[in-house]
Design a protein around this ligand. Structure first.
Ligand SMILES: [Zn+2]
Ligand SMILES: [Zn+2]
Length: 310
């Protein structure tokens, strides 16, 4: 029970948990069941244009928080920012309900290190599509945060606190949505929403779509799409995934060079996260956006026209 509140609570120690067999566990399924079953409540609360609009806006905003901050900042350090801003980025990312930034980034760094090789926890080529998509998160072996792989950020106690008590932000987020709906119900009744309706659309529906959108990069982006670079993994470039994930679908590019703030390497590879990071840098909130090295860009431009046999 205590572990639901304190993600770093392991009476037998995190190393012993990591040694457990890698398998589906119903107990770890419960948070996902809760989120998915919550969506069914639309039957009772109905819908309104404002509730659906809030759900869509929250999908986009939180997708940016995951791709721009959890992924490109905490996992890859592809730009720099202040300590205060860094904390706010972690809080914003935490509203996506994909656990703390340190856990997320530590798992992701592990993925790059072993992509589609035996230790990779989410490779569709090794353990099948559904395991790579969501099954791996039901294995308690993958639950502890490997602080050794994220030491650069684990030296900030405020980030460790957020990572350890990773339900605080989602609970406040859910309560905020309920109150937003309740206030609109009283003061803007013409909108036809309510606290419960706003909560179901903003917290459950938006979050579940966001969860699967994010997870598609682990599953679909290693199965469907084109391979510009012959990387040592199965990563693909996929326009549809790039659209729904605001730029993460250029996953083969990303596996070729993971340290850049942008993942679309040529002008037509739409990468909304990068455009937004650019805006933040013009506003002075982030800086030192890491570019794609010239040699990799030249490779990207050259590869599609070079005959395979050359
Ligand atoms: Zn990958
Ligand atoms: Zn990455």
């Amino acid at each position: 029970m205590r572990q639901w509140v304190d993600s770093d609570y392991f009476p037998e120690g995190p190393d012993a948990v990591r040694e457990r067999p890698d398998r589906f566990e119903f107990r770890r399924c419960l948070p996902f069941l809760f989120l998915h079953l919550g969506c069914v409540a639309v039957i009772w609360v109905g819908w309104s244009p404002v509730a659906v609009a809030v759900a869509m806006a929250l999908y986009l905003a939180r997708m940016f928080a995951i791709t721009g901050f959890y992924h490109r900042y905490f996992s890859h350090r592809s730009f720099r920012t202040s300590r205060t801003m860094q904390f706010l980025l972690a809080v914003f990312g935490n509203t996506a309900i994909q656990r703390g930034a340190l856990w997320w980034a530590s798992v992701h760094r592990h993925h790059h290190k072993h992509a589609d090789q035996e230790p990779d926890v989410h490779s569709p080529g090794l353990r099948g599509f559904w395991w790579a998509h969501i099954g791996w998160m039901t294995s308690s072996k993958n639950f502890p945060t490997n602080y050794d792989s994220i030491r650069d950020f684990a030296r900030y106690p405020e980030l460790v606190f957020l990572n350890r008590f990773d339900l605080i932000v989602p609970l406040l987020f859910g309560a905020g949505l309920y109150f937003l709906g309740a206030i609109l119900h009283v003061h803007a009744s013409v909108l036809g929403t309510s606290g419960a309706q706003m909560f179901v659309w903003g917290f459950f529906v938006s979050t579940v779509v966001l969860l699967h959108g994010t997870l598609f990069i682990n599953s679909l982006a290693h199965v469907f799409g084109s391979r510009r670079f012959q990387t040592a993994d199965d990563s693909r470039n996929n326009l549809a995934l790039a659209v729904i994930t605001l730029g993460e679908g250029w996953h083969n590019n990303h596996h070729r060079y993971m340290g850049a703030a942008r993942q679309g390497f040529v002008w037509w590879e739409i990468d909304v996260t990068y455009y937004l990071l650019k805006l933040l840098s013009w506003a002075g909130l982030v800086w030192d956006l890491k570019p794609v090295p010239r040699s990799v860009l030249e490779e990207a431009h050259r590869l599609p026209v070079v005959p395979e046999a050359a």
